[in-house]
Design a protein around this ligand. Structure first.
Ligand code: EPZ
Length: 436
């Protein structure tokens, strides 16, 4: 039965996780395709007037929202089993309203493709996790440098692509989203566009792999400038995105915290080098065997010392909250410095309710590891902060309830099922938040 978005999956407001801590993790789970690859790839389909098959697509709620956006524009997006079929031949609109755009950060990734295809676009400001201001000035600066006229008014970005011209763009900060947006806009402009100072995250390379599979020609990145040969007609393809390195890192950290032995299939340490280096300092053992990562830990590891988040290949900001959770149950002191997002420490207040000995100010967090943390009623502040609370709940004495888990569903698919398969005592419930 074809599924039309907004109807197939219904997230109940009162859903939450109920976790009883103390179990070690043991067993095997398969990591899903990368959320932060799939979101720009779905946006890129706007430029492809053919059917695209995306293989093994997890139903992250952000993926469902991006599909809603394509359907709003006049395209089609349908799941058949685990595969997602997208056909944008019917797109006849160029406006994304606030109620769709403001629910995800990745809505801004559609600006370039819509402008490239329709020659004008009206897109409301994006939303996304509340982890900082998250401006879009680099996106708009690059689009202007390619010749578009851009006006910001009444909460919308109005872009006119009357005289888009291939050229050179210099990004003063390697923004992931801006790099992706500009790469996609350049696809529709005949001639060669070069993007200097672009992001080097693996998801950029995955988007390039997708574009080239559809007949495009994009190369570079990873320390070099990106070259886009625009103006080529793009055709459909069947494509599977790379494994999600942040989901993988989250399960590595969960195993380090709970103890046990876990096999993560469809996972690669190659895109998790910074985490692997840090875990070397703990007693957690990590080994790549083919397409599987084996993680062994006795639980309560030594502290990893310190992490400082940076753009790739530095330590990923998307694993910062999970490492803070790990620090709280490790031996000794840990220092966590968040450099990318100025408000990415809302999980600290929630962890304190669980007995964490933790101080955070101006992006710097100091944690003193404890041998006991305690279950509490906590609230997920954002996607990765919510994941950090799940990890803490799995280690805590007693039970933990976590609400607002719709934010966790944005980037973890069936998290409770995967953790239960590994022996974690976690359920998705409508929860009563009473303790007396
Ligand atoms: C992407 O967000 C990811 N989201 C984020 O993952 C990830 O944390 C981030 O890249 C960094 O790796 C998706 O891919 C959907 P940025 P994005 O533009 O593109 C500043 C998760 O948990 N900036 O690289 O928004 C910005 O304020 C999410 O999966 C500007 O100043 O990240 C931030 O300080 C969270 N102006 C820094 O750059 C701009 O125009 C990094 O932002 C754009 C960004």
């Amino acid at each position: 039965m074809p599924s039309h978005f907004g109807k197939e999956i219904i997230y109940k407001d009162m859903e939450g996780f109920f976790i009883v801590g103390g179990n070690k993790l043991k067993g095997e789970v398969r990591m899903d395709s990368a959320k932060n690859s799939l979101l720009p790839i779905i946006a890129c389909c706007i430029l492809i007037e053919d059917e695209v098959e995306l293989v093994n697509v997890p139903k992250y709620s952000d993926v469902l929202t991006m599909c809603e956006i394509l359907c709003h524009l006049g395209g089609k997006a349908e799941f058949k089993g685990d595969n997602l079929y997208i056909d944008c031949r019917g797109i006849d609109k160029n406006c994304i309203p606030n109620e769709l755009s403001s629910s995800v950060r990745s809505s801004i990734f559609t600006l370039g493709p819509i402008l490239g295809r329709m020659k004008s676009a009206k897109v409301a400001y994006p939303g996304g996790c509340d982890i900082g201001l998250r401006p879009i000035d680099l996106h708009l600066k690059g689009i202007r440098e390619l010749g578009a006229k851009v006006v910001e008014k009444n909460g919308y970005i109005y872009a006119n692509g009357g005289n888009l011209t291939a050229g050179e763009i210099v990004l003063t900060f390697p923004s992931v989203g801006a790099t992706e947006n500009l790469m996609m806009l350049a696809l529709s402009i005949p001639g060669q566009t070069r993007i200097y100072g672009g992001a080097q995250e693996p998801e950029i390379g995955d988007l390039q792999r997708f574009i080239n599979a559809c007949g495009g020609s994009v190369s570079g990145g990873r320390g070099n400038f990106i070259v886009v040969d625009g103006g080529r007609k793009l055709h459909g393809a069947s494509f599977e995105a790379m494994p999600d390195r942040i989901e993988t890192g989250t399960y590595i950290i969960a195993t380090a915290m709970c103890g046990g032995e876990v096999a993560l299939k469809n996972a690669s340490l190659e895109t998790n080098g910074a985490l692997a280096m840090k875990m070397l300092k703990t007693s957690c053992k990590i080994e790549q065997k083919g397409d599987t990562i084996i993680v062994q830990s006795s639980g309560r590891p030594e502290s990893f010392g310190e992490i400082e988040t940076a753009v790739y290949p530095g330590f990923p900001t998307d694993l910062q909250a999970q490492m803070t959770a790990l620090a709280g149950v490790s031996e000794g002191y840990s220092l966590i410095i968040e450099n990318l997002f100025e408000a990415r420490s809302k999980h600290v207040g929630e962890l304190m309710k669980m007995g964490y000995d933790i101080r955070a100010k101006n992006g710097i967090t100091i944690v003193k590891g404890r041998d006991r943390i305690f279950g509490a009623d906590v609230t997920s502040p954002d996607l990765r902060g919510g994941a950090a609370l799940v990890l803490a709940g799995l280690c805590a004495e007693g039970y933990t309830t976590i609400d607002n888990i719709k934010l966790v569903d944005r980037g973890y698919y069936k998290m409770e099922e995967k953790l239960r398969a590994l022996g974690g005592d976690i359920k998705r419930l409508e929860i009563e938040k009473r303790r007396c």
